[in-house]
Design a protein around this ligand. Structure first.
Ligand code: OFO
Length: 170
């Protein structure tokens, strides 16, 4: 049975994973209509992954005798100033999510919930991976410069496929 404090903070994460999915969906749609089909595919895949994370939190809460609350979600931004600002926003958001996951770990330690602490560790590792993938994209963007975005757009999915084996299994 989950303690109240843990159930609450896990439900907060349900909402944050759901918002992550919406945010990347909005970015994907923007990229698709701005002439970047490869970047759009990367973001659509990222959005699906976040939805899967949301579902994992929902199932975990319910399986442990809690009650997952399906939240109404804030409307994400729909306009972005370009590819670099967009990926900077992705990195900033992932850093926010990492901090949020770390707060869950802290709550688990305080409440001595070793089971949830053990379960959440896959998300701790996932966040290291996600932040480093986005940082790699930003580094590549600095190298290619704004004139070569066409090639960057063509190649970005290869970067994703390379890292895909690290996705979280339920
Ligand atoms: Fe961005 O990964 Fe979910 O947690």
């Amino acid at each position: 049975m989950l303690k109240d404090k843990i159930e609450k903070i896990l439900n907060r994460q349900v909402e944050r994973e759901g918002y992550s999915s919406l945010l990347y969906l909005s970015m994907a749609s923007w990229a698709e209509t701005s002439g970047y089909p490869g970047i759009a595919d990367w973001l659509y895949a990222q959005s699906n992954e976040e939805l899967d994370h949301m579902l994992q939190f929902i199932h975990y809460i319910n399986d442990r005798g809690g009650k997952a609350v399906i939240p109404g979600l804030e409307t994400p931004p729909n306009e972005f100033e370009g590819i670099r600002p967009l990926f900077e926003a992705v990195l900033k958001h992932e850093q926010f999510i990492s901090a949020s996951i770390n707060e869950i770990v802290t709550a688990c330690i305080e409440e001595q919930d070793h089971t949830t602490n053990n379960w959440i560790q896959k998300f701790v590792s996932e966040q290291i991976e996600e932040e480093s993938n986005v940082q790699e994209i930003l580094d590549k963007l600095s190298l290619v410069g704004s004139q070569n975005l066409y090639m960057f757009d063509r190649d970005i999915m290869d970067m994703r496929n390379k890292g895909e084996s690290t996705g979280i299994a339920e």
